[in-house]
Each structure stands twice: as structure tokens, then as C-alpha cells.
Write a protein that binds this ligand. Sequence first.
Ligand code: CTP
Length: 411
Amino acid sequence: MEPIPVLKGRRILLGVTGGIAAYKAADLASKLTQAGALVDVVLTEAAARFVTPLTFQALTGRPVYGDLWTPTAETALLHVALAEAAELVVIAPATADFIARQALGLANDLLSALCLATRAPVLIAPAMDVQMWAHPATQENVERLRQRGVEVVGPAYGRMASGLEGWGRMVEPEALLGHIRRALGRRGPLAGRRVVVTAGPTYEPIDPVRFIGNRSSGKQGFALAQAALDRGADVVLIAGPVALATPVGARRIDVGTAAEMAEAVWREAEEADVLLMAAAVADYRPAQPHPVKIKKGAPLTLDLVPTVDILEGLAARRAAPGRPRVVVGFAAETEALVENARAKLLAKGLDLIAANDVTEPGAGFATDTNRITLIDARGQVETLPLMSKAAVAEALLDRVVALLEEKAKAP
Ligand code: CTP
């Protein structure tokens, strides 16, 4: 896992309480550490029976705490020192017992004491057996925590250690990571801004079972949505037919055809500050989709007509209140990269265009990496090295933040 800028150098206190899902907390600690976070782990006595402190120490490379009475190098008491250092407190898994103690405001071990002492946001991932979760006592306690501003993530539905099926499983570490990114990004440079991102291909129906599409995976668009979320933006993700997980916090709108995407983009763009048009929109569609499945046999000619150009349509609508203030397009090219991309930037009224040569190895469709060339409205050209789509998204969002600031200063 590569470093994640919103997590890099951030102090996260991971509290682990005593349930079988504690083993998943080890995975979470590992992921957070690999992403660059500084993870201080606090185990309750019961948690240490499921997973040893040594496991967490090896994964985080940092001391692990369990006892309220350990003397620290600093003069502050341990629970106060940890509580103050934390930018975010994550309790995963949170047992019914721990939730009950929190609801009461008890402070009878290190973890519960520091939860009272901290001013950092607190996120809990409950995990317990189905009946325990459903019990009115637990539900009341969770509700109390929610009302105090604690973010409760899960539990998820599934098979429990007891063999029962129902609500009570801890949310997977990967998904928790999304919630943690969201919590830490909340006051980022795009806080209060709305960013609309399009991703994936469009499918243009030939008949009820066939379509014209393209090889776009949607990965770059989804990475852009995540990078915008990490900077605190409200994100609307308009996705073509791809089966990728929605980044935590994004509002996803699924579309099929170019016409559906156009309608969604034009509607959402009215309220948006930024549009990132990463989708690979089909340029042609069958003029008349067959109402029933076409039977094989005779040679077949399809009549194709151009689809609507979403960005051009937007440029025409954009004039009045100037929304979105920043529009970024993508250009998939197989030759004359810069010239073709610059022509698109002008024709579509863009502030920035990210061009890639889709014939190059490791760039473009269905890979995890990309090499892009950025061209702005002033004609400046910058070629980024081959990097992951996540890193491309980070670089692009940094440019978007700078563009928004420039525009805010302009008369
Ligand atoms: N785009 C769009 N509407 C379309 C086609 C493309 O809004 N009907 C957007 C894409 O999302 C991308 C940009 O326009 O941000 C450039 O897309 P690209 O496919 O590279 O260019 P086209 O305009 O389709 O031109 P061509 O296929 O001839 O290269």
C-alpha cells in the first residue's frame, strides 16, 4: 500500500476492545501505518487476550499501551498525553461492554479514560453478537454516543463467530479506512466545496442485450473522487457501468448512456464548484436501438449517430453564474497528444486538461497506473511521471485547489 497524503504523519489513536474482531484491528493498524499515519494503539485487558500487544507494536513500530498506570517519559499522565496527541480516536472493534461504559462516562481503564479526556473526534466500529447488538440497552447506549457526536460505523450484516447470521460484524478495515480518511480530511482545502466527478465508460444499447462501450475501468475517476473527499469536498460521483466500491462519503449516481450522463452532469454542475470529467463517454450510439434481440445470420450494419458532447453542452450553459468555476477534462489520445489535447481544452472551454496516450504501456485504460500531461488554459504543459492513478488524482486535485484559489483572487 502506498502512502496516502491525508493520513501521512497524522496521529491516530486506535483503541482495541475485547472481541474476536480484534484480529481485524491488526490489519487496520497495518494499513494505517503503511499509508503513513502514526498509530498509537491502546488495548483493553480483554483485547490483549485476543491479540497480543506485540502484534500491534510490530505492525505500527510504536509503543502499545494497555495500562493506565504506566509511567511516561512526559510529565503528563498517560491518558492525558495520548488524548491530547490524537487527531482522531478510532475504537475498533467496540464491544457492547465498552460502548456501555462510554455511554455512562466511566473511566476505569486507559482507553475509556482517554476517550473522556480527548477533544479529538471519536469513531467507533461496534462488533458483537447479533442479540447483543439488537438489545435495547446497546441500542440506547449507541444512540447516546451518536448524540454526543461520536461517529458510529457499522456493524455490518453477516455470519458471526457464533454461527448466527445478522447485524453485528465489524466493518472491514478497508471500509473503516475510508471513514478515517473522511474524518481527517474534513477541514481540508476543499471543505464546503462541491466537486462533481464522472467515471467509467458509457454503454449505448444496440438491442436489449448488447451495447457499444469502451475499455474504461473507472479507476481514475474513482481515485479523483477519493482525493477530493480527502480534501474535505462534498463529492458527487457520476459513474458509468463499473463495479467499483463507492468511496466513503461520496454521493454516487449510476448512469448507463451518454445521454443519461449528460443529464446528470448538467443538473449536478449547477451547484458545483468543480467538475472533473474523467468518464470515457461513447462518441457514437446506435441511431435506433432494436426493441428485441437481434437474431444472428445475415450480415448486419449498424446505423450510428454522434452522442451529445457533455462538456461542450456544459460550456454553453456555464456562462451565467460561472458554475462550476473549475472544469477539468481528460483526453485519451493515440497520437499528437499535446496538440489534440490543447484543441479539446479550447473547444470545450476547460481550465485544465489531463491528456494520456492510451497506447503507452502502463497508461490509460484498465491499468492501475497512468502517465498524464497537464495542459492549462494559459498553455502551460507539464508531464507527470508514470505513477499510480491515486497519485495522479492527488497531483490533479492539488492543481484544482490552486486554480480555485486563483479564481477567487481574480476580479
Ligand atoms: N467528453 C464529453 N462528451 C462526449 C465525449 C467526451 O464530455 N460525448 C469529454 C470526456 O469526458 C473528456 C473530454 O471530453 O473529459 C475529451 O474526451 P475524448 O474522448 O478524449 O475526446 P472527444 O471529444 O471524444 O474527441 P475524440 O474522440 O475525437 O478524440
